[in-house]
Design a protein around this ligand. Structure first.
Ligand SMILES: [Zn+2]
Ligand SMILES: [Zn+2]
Length: 138
């Protein structure tokens, strides 16, 4: 078992089971966000329900965040180690490439503060920029 991945789970108060390590390792090896379907197709001997529960646990403990990129399936990406997924300081822009269909985190680009009318309490925001990514542009 990978010590680094294990530590990443324990620091967020998640018990490092073999399944969780497997999913975390997969996310860690991918620069782009992944969907439940990606995990299902690429991780052998796993079932959809267990994978879904694992993702939900990760999301609740702020190991990963979910992204609705408009592609029809929710994608998941690893959070920065210090991320608390708080609005707005921990939220960043995502980029969806129309050529490779990959969704990437742009952690350095924060979501701009939006001035809402009185008595509106924002909790989350989703900013997805669509176009052609650097890998496909060259
Ligand atoms: Zn691309
Ligand atoms: Zn992200």
């Amino acid at each position: 078992m990978n010590k680094e991945l294990e530590a990443r789970l324990t620091t967020k108060n998640i018990k490092p089971t073999a399944m969780r390590i497997l999913v975390l390792d997969y996310l860690n090896r991918h620069a782009s966000a992944v969907s439940l379907k990606d995990l299902e197709e690429n991780l052998e001997s796993t079932d959809r329900i267990t994978l879904f529960r694992t993702l939900k646990t990760f999301e609740e403990h702020k190991i990963i965040h979910s992204i609705d990129d408009g592609s029809g399936s929710i994608k998941y990406a690893l959070c920065a180690q210090t991320c608390e997924c708080d609005y707005p300081q921990d939220l960043h822009v995502h980029f969806y490439c129309k050529v490779c269909f990959e969704t990437k985190c742009l952690p350095k680009i924060k979501i701009p503060a939006i001035n809402l009318p009185e008595h509106y309490a924002p909790e989350e925001a989703n900013v997805v920029v669509k176009g052609i990514c650097d890998g496909c542009m060259i």
